[in-house]
Design a protein around this ligand. Structure first.
Ligand SMILES: *[C@@H]1O[C@H](CO)[C@@H](O)[C@H](O)[C@H]1NC(C)=O
Ligand SMILES: *[C@@H]1O[C@H](CO)[C@@H](O)[C@H](O)[C@H]1NC(C)=O
Ligand SMILES: *[C@@H]1O[C@H](CO)[C@@H](O)[C@H](O)[C@H]1NC(C)=O
Ligand SMILES: *[C@@H]1O[C@H](CO)[C@@H](O)[C@H](O)[C@H]1NC(C)=O
Length: 363
């Protein structure tokens, strides 16, 4: 058995120089999105409940069924994170951050840190950034192998992986000084710490100390796709979506987030653009039944009239107005076409929050 798993690892081994996101069929991809389905969704084998997912990349022709279990190191997420668990991959740097780390931190107060989750993985010729919603993920690099945490099985989750040239990481690092992540594990040695002082600072707990409390930058992926990163620090003091993103994208937004927390913000139509809370999600043309936002811990939004779609790590609630966090958006037709039809239902605006909506003000 041990020999077999050794063999498997050897077959899955990738030189770290070519570090990139890997797709569901094992090929390097520029970006992908994985939408892990809630456990209640669908029949399937009981053991697979809560471990199935939908997969999307630029060439997948829309959402596809995940090749196997989200817990498998042969799927897109497991394969992309594989270098983390290869014990002697020396030419590697990484930062793992999560406001809910795999083991609660004794030294860092996570409530002061951003409500933000992700992975930065850097090799000699490039790296990747994963923005996700998964609590206690990914497992520390000391783990025997990649695995999916049992605590994240029940609800829906989203992960966006983008492959970036190394030159983009100083910018990503600066964005993270706004989101103020709890970095629960890192490796940044030799060359890497010299080349990326921004990441070094981040690990030491540096965050922005003066206005503006938000920052938006353009990031260009390895294959040249344009992404826009939005990051805010706690002092921003407003909802990411209604207080900034809708205006910045110049668009109405339908927002999927975790609605089970306290102080959830209702749909908001008081600004120029409507920000609507998604209540039901469906994958059209698939056997997947509709599921409720209350079963879905994922965080994404879409401009119903196009062309924007975004994946992030922030909810709409009062507490998170005062936390760091952010979202990554793009105007990629494949991304928008995949997310736009997922919105099955949303919460309409209440009358009092319509006062200045475009419909009634005539703007
Ligand atoms: C996930 O994978 C790990 C390691 O491969 C295994 O020990 C565990 O039982 C798996 N969990 C599920 C729910 O399949
Ligand atoms: C990895 O480990 C193997 C054997 O354990 C060793 O032969 C090899 O030199 C190591 N590679 C690196 C890059 O450390
Ligand atoms: C709508 O959003 C704006 C910006 O976040 C906020 O100032 C305002 O209080 C919100 N209105 C309602 C009714 O929630
Ligand atoms: C910060 O957010 C405000 C909206 O609240 C926006 O007007 C401003 O342009 C943003 N600042 C930056 C630097 O993006």
């Amino acid at each position: 058995m041990a020999a077999l798993s050794q063999l498997l690892l050897a077959l899955l081994w990738v030189p770290v120089g070519s570090l990139t996101c890997y797709g569901d069929s094992g090929q390097p991809v520029d970006w992908f999105v994985v939408y892990k389905l809630p456990a209640q969704s669908g029949s399937g084998v009981a053991a697979q409940r809560g471990l199935r997912y939908k997969y999307l990349d630029d060439h997948s022709g829309g959402w596809r069924d995940g090749v196997g279990s989200i817990n498998s190191s042969e799927g897109a997420v497991g394969r992309s994170l594989l270098p983390l668990y290869q014990k002697n991959a020396s030419q590697l740097a990484f930062l793992l951050y999560n406001d809910q780390p795999p083991k609660p931190s004794k030294v860092l107060d996570s409530s002061r840190r951003g409500h933000t989750k992700g992975v930065l993985l850097l090799g000699q010729n490039g790296g990747l950034w994963i923005v996700h919603s998964v609590p206690r993920f990914p497992p520390p690099s000391s783990s025997a192998a990649y695995s999916w945490p049992p605590n994240a099985q029940l609800y829906g989750q989203t992960l966006l992986c983008v492959s970036f040239p190394l030159a983009q990481f100083p910018k990503i690092g600066r964005q993270l000084t706004y989101t103020y992540p709890l970095v629960y594990e890192h490796k940044l040695e030799g060359d890497f710490s010299e080349k990326f002082p921004e990441l070094e600072e981040l690990i030491k707990g540096y965050h922005v100390r003066h206005e503006p409390w938000n920052s938006s930058v353009t990031l260009t992926s390895k294959a040249g796709a344009i992404f826009q990163s939005f990051a805010k620090f706690g002092n921003f003091g407003d909802d990411l979506y209604s207080g900034w993103l809708a205006g910045a994208l110049g668009s109405n937004l339908q927002v999927q987030f975790w609605p089970n927390s306290r102080g959830t913000l209702p749909s908001n139509c008081s600004g120029v653009y409507q920000v609507l809370d998604v209540t039901q999600i469906a994958f059209p043309g698939s056997a997947e039944p509709t599921f409720s936002a209350t079963e879905d811990h994922s965080k994404w939004c879409v401009a119903p009239e196009g062309p924007w779609a975004c994946v992030g790590d922030m909810n709409r609630n009062l507490a998170e107005e005062h936390r760091g966090g952010g979202i990554v958006c793009a105007q990629l037709p494949t991304l928008w076409k995949a997310f736009q039809p997922l919105v099955k239902a949303w919460e309409p605006c209440r009358e009092e929050s319509r006062a200045f909506s475009p419909a009634s003000s005539g703007e």
